[in-house]
Design a protein around this ligand. Structure first.
Ligand code: GDD
Ligand code: MN
Length: 376
């Protein structure tokens, strides 16, 4: 048996004769330049061009290179999972063969896992990332897919990326059902993990040949989202469920704030004779305070002694206060805009405003106010 490697780089291929030698050389030189002892697994689905031959020849030159040719159930996701099974290390990384994913970033993925992340994602949609040379249709499809994915994983900007790394433990024992090409969604939805780290990168479309992904993949994707949702409701201890539990708690706290607000407004005007606008401002401030305390002690309560927030409690309150006030302004803005410019009934406009601001408040607070010190 070969010595354990520090990382396994998995390259799924189908007809990649133009790229495969270059990507293998590139990955290997980056690994050795960074003193990382890694193996390369090419998982091929019976390419009809010279891909298999080329890799087989290269295995004579690189003894950390292996090719596995799959003869049934072809597909990108299935190939990635086969790579997980065959890997001889505890850290897996998946990368396309066509240089859409820059291999120079591999050491950064490796470092972030070493520092404690369970999953590291190359993201096109976080600050500093992007896509190059993509036709409009592809951009729209991708944004739709990413948007749906973010409903399940609000903390992750690119849950459908094909460029990612993970620890072996994340998926050991998980029931992966790889279909289509959104293998990362499956790992996020079924795996066991706590911390995700995203690395921005620019996706460059292939120089040679065409994308092999067709549009029947869309219906596969919707199906996959439904299955992961169902899974998260039945197994109830995974990340999707944990995130949605926070969102629901956050919603309840918001509702309680409305009651607190109405209660104090009534009290101040009726019993203390305050002018109602002044009473309202004080009541709003009290409900912001009570919302903050409930969220701090309940919604975003830390379960782990090792975790801590980047800000102390006063800073968290200040941040929550700002987000709430900006949210209020956005809410009034939407109410005004929809009612005056689109002629929508003002109570409906208001509901739409509340809905949008709810997610605005949640996301900003989740990522700023209650931002964890390490990861997540
Ligand atoms: N084994 C195997 N089997 N590999 C495949 C198959 C297959 O059926 N289909 C494609 N591949 C390989 C290709 O050889 C390439 O290395 C990689 O998977 C990506 O295929 P492309 O055809 O280049 O995909 P793309 O550029 O359109 O799609 C990319 O974008 C997605 C996000 O929008 C890929 O990077 C995906 O990984 C990514 O999720
Ligand atoms: Mn590609």
């Amino acid at each position: 048996m070969h010595a354990q490697y520090e990382i396994t780089v998995i390259i799924p291929t189908f007809n990649e004769e133009v790229n495969i030698a270059n990507i293998i050389e590139a990955v290997n030189s980056i690994l050795s330049a960074n003193n990382i002892c890694g193996e390369i697994l090419v998982i091929d689905d019976e390419s009809r061009d010279k891909t298999i031959r080329i890799v087989q020849d290269l295995t004579l030159k690189f003894n950390n290179l292996k090719i596995i040719v799959r003869h049934a159930d072809h597909g990108l996701s299935q190939s990635a999972v086969e790579g997980f099974k065959q890997a001889n290390s505890d850290i897996f990384l998946v990368i396309d063969a066509d240089f859409s994913h820059p291999p120079v970033l591999i050491p950064r993925f490796y470092d972030e896992i070493k520092k404690g992340a369970d999953i590291v994602i190359g993201s096109r949609y976080t600050r500093g990332g992007g896509v190059k040379q993509w036709p409009l249709k592809r951009r729209v499809l991708s944004l739709g897919a990413t948007g749906m994915g973010r409903i399940l994983f609000p903390g992750i900007t690119d849950p459908v990326s094909g460029f990612f790394a993970l620890r072996k433990e994340v998926i050991s024992g998980a029931q992966l059902h790889p279909r289509g090409y959104k293998i990362l969604m499956e790992v996020l939805g079924k795996g066991r993990w706590k911390s995700v780290f995203e690395i921005p990168f620019t996706f460059t479309d292939r120089q040679h040949g065409e994308s092999k992904l067709t549009s029947c993949i869309i219906s596969d994707y919707v199906k996959q989202i439904l299955i992961i949702t169902e899974y998260s409701l039945t197994s109830r201890n995974n990340q999707v469920w944990n995130e949605w539990k926070k969102i629901i708690k956050f919603g309840f706290v918001g509702l309680s704030g409305v009651l607190v607000n109405i209660g104090f407004l009534y009290l101040f005007t009726e019993y203390m004779g305050l002018y109602y606008i002044i009473a309202s401002i004080v009541a709003i401030e009290i409900s912001i305070l009570s919302n903050f305390l409930l969220n701090d002690c309940w919604t975003f309560k830390l379960k782990d002694e090792v975790d801590s927030y980047t800000q102390n409690r006063f800073q968290r309150f200040f941040s929550f206060q700002c987000v709430s006030i900006i949210g209020l302004i956005i809410n009034i803005g939407i109410l005004y805009f929809l009612t005056d410019f689109f002629g929508i009934y003002y109570l409906v406009s208001n509901l739409i405003g509340i809905f949008i601001v709810f997610f605005w408040n949640y996301l900003i607070n989740r990522h700023v106010t209650w931002k964890l010190r390490t990861y997540g």
